[in-house]
Design a protein around this ligand. Sequence first.
Ligand SMILES: [Fe+2]
Length: 198
Amino acid sequence: MPAASDIAKKRARACAALLRQVHAITAPEGITPSALHAIKLRLVALAKRAELFPLGDFARPEAQGRTHPLLVEDDDGHGLYLTINLPGKEAAPHDHGIWCVNAAIAGRERHVFYRRMDNGKTPGSAKIQRVGEVMVEPGNGMAMADHDIHSTEVVGKEPAIGLALYGYALARFPSVVWFHPEFSSVRALPSRRGAMAA
Ligand SMILES: [Fe+2]
């Protein structure tokens, strides 16, 4: 069995290789639907290498979910994380303001996608419509463009463990907008990008 530090080194190399692939994909075309799809396939391939992500290296959350940085690029680049979400964890529909790709290592998380139906001109009010869903489970992933809207729910009795790649590091996230379809309401959290620019 390889030593723990060997695994950590292999993991770091694999994560760096993934980010190089991501930049090779986006350099010619930017963040397009086809680029996001290609990135998703790469992330799914990395997530299949479960031996690189032994659970002992990543503390479990005490409740809800926990995010471990794997590779956060300098200069306002991308952020790659390992996420652990406990059974039953849910997130209401939200828009990250930045693209995101997920791939499962273990467990199952249902992602439901929505489309905004109103014109956004009434403060605090929004109408969204469900347009589809994806089960993020081993061998599968999902990709979202900058302003796509999703909700999430861990299903089954196992934690959902996966890789998450965001266009920006979590510490430099733009405003995340939360929707509450039953009240036709919307609220935006403060952006974290102002602090970075200061
Ligand atoms: Fe999300």
